[in-house]
Design a protein around this ligand. Structure first.
Ligand SMILES: Nc1nc2c(ncn2[C@@H]2O[C@H](COP(=O)(O)OP(=O)(O)OP(=O)(O)O)[C@@H](O)[C@H]2O)c(=O)[nH]1
Ligand SMILES: [Mg+2]
Length: 370
């Protein structure tokens, strides 16, 4: 008989640090001899996260096309597929960063419909300080509407644990401010301050995750109209481009230039970024560059350290704007970085859309299954 799978889901807003956290958790558990499968999820296929985690050597399944809650059956079949040869000890799952109500639509259904297969670990939700602070303070100029802010607030409300991320770059007074905002607004939720990038604070997180108990119980009282409208404001773009050049170019520089150029175009339009991510894959190596806020610099999160003549680029972008505009800005940026290098881009098909209304497969409220 197969053993129970420990199910660890890590939530949080777009660009909060979920994928970075999952990679760190996976390395930790694998170093202890445990087998780990990762499930990524987003509104479209061809995900930077999936490619990045696979390139790091992890076993990854992807649920694409809608969030876990609306593709619950796909979540189960993806886990089945990962466990085809050997059932993993742990499944690490990353839901879409603009998704909430995951306790009622994913954790509770797993508990109630698949009780013997899964043991649910505490549900941690990551707070991205840059935008989180502004939203918690209800400051004007967050770049997001109150409806998109509502999603971030609901994500925190259903957490068993709130993880304040990026403490590697927070000043002590900024961290204190975040703690006091969370004290006021989520007084009963345990909290840890971590850096997914450096690993600081993760020993306490591992310990928290090791607990066995009734986790994933904070079923939300949520207005799906506000949630759906907030999610739809965050335009999605997924574009793939093959770049080739007669002479070698430094891949990491190209990735950073692309993010920089796109950031400038978005700032010129007065738009806020939820997350821009770009992966460059060549035969020899891969690199990832990101931008998570217009207030922060672009970052090369996983450098490739190579020069190449050919690269496959995949851009995933979530910005509070019309997705068609986002598509145009991405294309202009790629053309610019190519002409600066005498390289030529060959654009694949782009997907651009606003996410549709979430329609969960199951919703288990305090009152029962809906
Ligand atoms: N300085 C710093 N950067 C971090 C930290 N954690 C994540 N990042 C960076 O933040 C960016 C986004 O991280 P991801 O892990 O991709 O975020 P995510 O929540 O998975 O994003 P989505 O899947 O788009 O919602 C990347 O550039 C990471 O390197 C951290 O603790 N400190
Ligand atoms: Mg991610």
């Amino acid at each position: 008989m197969s053993h129970t799978i420990r199910f660890i889901m890590v939530g949080g807003f777009l660009g909060a640090g979920k994928t970075t956290t999952l990679a760190r958790l996976a390395r930790h558990y694998m170093s202890k001899g445990l087998s780990v499968g990762i499930v990524t999820n987003d509104q479209a296929a061809d995900l930077v996260d999936t490619k990045s985690l696979r390139s790091q050597g992890f076993e990854v399944g992807e649920v694409a096309g809608a969030c876990f809650c609306c593709r619950f059956t796909d979540l189960i079949s993806t886990i089945d597929k990962i466990g085809q040869d050997k059932v993993p000890d742990l499944i690490l799952a990353e839901p879409v960063g603009s998704c909430t109500d995951l306790v009622a639509t994913v954790i509770q259904p797993l508990k109630q419909l698949y009780q013997s297969r899964f043991q649910i670990a505490p549900y941690g939700v990551i707070l991205k300080p840059s935008q989180g602070r502004k939203i918690l303070k209800n400051e004007p100029g967050t770049g997001f509407s109150p409806k998109a802010a509502y999603i971030l607030q609901k994500q925190l409300e259903e957490a068993d644990l709130i993880l304040i991320n990026r403490i590697d770059e927070l000043k002590p007074e900024e961290l204190t401010e975040l703690h006091s905002l969370l004290d006021q607004q989520y007084p009963n939720t345990p909290r840890l301050a971590v850096s997914a990038k450096t690993g600081k604070g993760f020993d306490a997180y591992f310990e928290f995750l090791d607990q066995v108990g009734e986790f994933g119980r904070r079923v939300l009282d949520i207005d799906y109209d506000t949630y759906a409208e907030g999610e739809a404001e965050l335009g999605w773009l997924n574009s793939s481009v093959q770049i080739s050049s007669p002479v070698e170019f430094a891949l990491d520089e190209l990735l950073l230039d692309a993010i920089r150029g796109l950031k400038q175009r978005l700032v010129d339009q007065g738009l806020e970024v939820a997350h821009l991510k770009l992966i460059g894959l060549s035969d020899a190596a891969f690199g990832v560059a990101n931008l998570v806020s217009r207030d922060l610099p672009p970052e090369l999160s996983l450098p490739s350290h190579i020069s190449t003549k050919n690269v496959d680029l995949v851009v995933n972008a979530r910005v509070a704007c019309d997705p068609a505009l986002l598509g145009t800005l991405v294309e202009q940026t790629i053309r610019d970085i190519c002409s600066a290098r005498t390289a030529s881009p060959q654009f694949g098909e782009a997907q651009m859309f606003r996410p549709g209304r979430p329609q969960p497969t199951h919703r288990i409220s305090a009152a029962g299954v809906v």
